[in-house]
Write a protein that binds this ligand. Structure first.
Ligand code: KIV
Length: 264
């Protein structure tokens, strides 16, 4: 068994081969995604909303994440698997180390993801020093939804855009090996992607990012309510789950997704 690894993901950035990433939360979808050529599965804390029916990601626990991550890992043997660290599971460095270790040892994740800017740099240093690869997450931070007052585009003005670029560089210098960049103008997505040597995976961050990620249930048109502008219903176009995922992979890799309609 040999899973995709960070060396190859860095190479993909260097070679301008786009990285196709999707969320998944169980073994069956994990298998389908792998068969369709998805490179990276994110066991996102979005499971709080799309699996558990919660209003936000905040109630998700480390136990929930371990359970879903373990199932995703069981359903695949080639994809790279990232597990989200849930809300307040990395509020201090000792907690972060203990919970990240559980996500890897019990959940089988190859990397953990945490939200936040330069304030997270020392936590990332502590995790990476212990052999735990970290994916940072900037832009719209769903775990801070109550602080920012909703799910809205970030980094629209020069000041916040510059701050976000400084944060991204600080997180890379602290040892982050990947960055998810959510809901920022495409021009900012491009600047961050060009400023970093680590892969930048966009979700509503424009087409220049090194890869794309979407919430699986959004791109299958299953999530009730209004779909975010940056997502797209691939199932409506294709008719089967397998072909929807394959089309997503093809469109990400060929640069056809996102189109201008899915960018800010
Ligand atoms: O939890 C999640 O699914 C995520 C994506 C929005 C990137 O963090």
């Amino acid at each position: 068994m040999s899973r995709l690894n960070l060396t190859r993901l860095r190479q993909m950035k260097a070679e301008h081969n786009k990285i196709a990433m999707l969320t998944a939360y169980d073994a069956s979808f994990s298998h389908v995604l792998e068969q369709a050529g998805v490179d990276v599965i994110l066991v996102g804390d979005s499971l709080g909303m799309v699996i558990q029916g919660q209003e936000s990601t905040l109630p998700v626990t480390v136990e929930d994440m371990i359970y879903h991550c373990r199932n995703v890992v069981r359903g695949s043997d080639k994809v790279f698997v990232i597990a989200d660290m849930p809300f307040m599971s990395y509020a201090n460095e000792d907690q972060a180390i203990a919970n990240a270790a559980r996500l890897m040892a019990e959940g089988g994740a190859q990397m953990v993801k945490l939200e936040g800017g330069a304030v997270m740099a020392s936590t990332i240093e502590q995790l990476t020093a212990r052999g735990i690869p970290v994916c940072a997450h900037l832009g719209l931070l769903p775990q801070s939804v109550h602080r920012v007052g909703g799910y809205r585009v970030q980094g629209r003005d020069a000041e916040t855009a510059d701050e976000l670029i400084r944060d991204a560089i600080a997180l890379q210098e602290a040892g982050a090996d990947m960055l998810v960049l959510e809901c920022v103008p495409a021009v900012l997505g491009e600047k961050v992607t060009n400023a970093l040597t680590i892969p930048v995976i966009g979700i509503g961050a424009g087409g220049i990012c090194d890869g794309q990620v979407l919430v699986l249930y959004d791109m299958l048109g299953l999530t009730p309510g209004k779909r975010p502008r940056f997502s797209y219903d691939f199932l409506a176009d294709t008719g089967t789950i397998q072909s929807a995922i394959s089309k997503y992979v093809t469109d990400v890799k060929s640069g056809q997704f996102p189109t201008l309609e899915q960018q800010y």
